[in-house]
Design a binder for this molecule. Structure first.
Ligand code: NI
Ligand code: MN
Length: 226
């Protein structure tokens, strides 16, 4: 059994009661953040891509907790250059850590740390996290993709976090198609309503996807157990 807590935007912490990981800890500057960076006590920090609304506070959290940042090689190189400990991986690869197993999945998106010039941080990814005998899928920022069919075939997903905010990621209708391909047992929509540009109605998503999976709408700070 695992408990996943939605901390706002795309930030999710997952615990099996012994170990805890956080994914995409964008808290500082997040108008919907349900925690502050110093609140988190984690065993690893997973980051899907280099955009500031995902990399967020990852580096200071990893340094304070003395734990690695897990992500793609190029993003890890950047984090290492900023003084963080890292565990680089790449798409399709999995590794067993002391807290559980992580596999990197493809995402259709970009990845860079903004600046002039921007620092490109490799391919964006999603994560499959196996903890507490459950599999949690965090898609990262992505459009719907045919790869989701394969992910759904290879993995029995207990809980999936999928974006519905449109503009930068898939919107509601494409997210429904993603659920169809991934066939997770439970889905939590995220990456919406943080900013006006990604306003979306999670109830509209739930109505369209309810025959495909259990849809759980979480407010920032709320948790689901699977
Ligand atoms: Ni992004
Ligand atoms: Mn984003």
């Amino acid at each position: 059994m695992v408990k996943a807590t939605f901390l706002g935007h795309s930030c999710v912490s997952i615990t099996d009661g012994h170990k805890t990981v956080v994914i995409d800890p964008f808290l500082t500057g997040n108008p919907k953040a349900a925690a502050q960076p110093n609140d988190l006590d984690v065993d690893a920090v997973l980051v899907t891509h280099g955009h500031s609304d995902h990399l967020g506070d990852a580096i200071p959290i990893a340094k304070r907790c003395k734990v690695p940042i897990i992500g793609v090689f190029e993003l890890c190189n950047y984090c290492q250059s900023q003084g963080a400990t890292v565990h680089p991986m790449h798409i399709g690869g999995a590794h067993t850590f002391d807290f559980g197993r992580v596999k990197l999945t493809p995402a259709l998106h970009g990845s860079a740390v903004s600046g002039n010039p921007p620092i490109y941080t490799g391919n964006p990814v999603g994560f499959l996290v196996e903890m507490g005998e459950r599999t949690v899928y965090h898609s990262g920022d992505t459009g719907v993709s045919a790869e989701m069919e394969v992910i759904g075939r290879l993995h029995s997903i207990d809980l999936a976090f999928l974006p519905i905010g449109d503009n930068f990621t898939m919107g509601i209708d494409d997210a429904v198609e993603a659920v169809r391909m991934l066939h997770p047992k439970t889905v939590v929509p995220f990456h919406y309503d943080t900013f006006d540009l990604i306003a979306a109605d999670p109830k509209a998503f739930a109505a369209k996807a309810k025959d495909l999976a259990q849809i759980v709408i979480l407010k920032p700070g709320e948790s689901v157990e699977v």
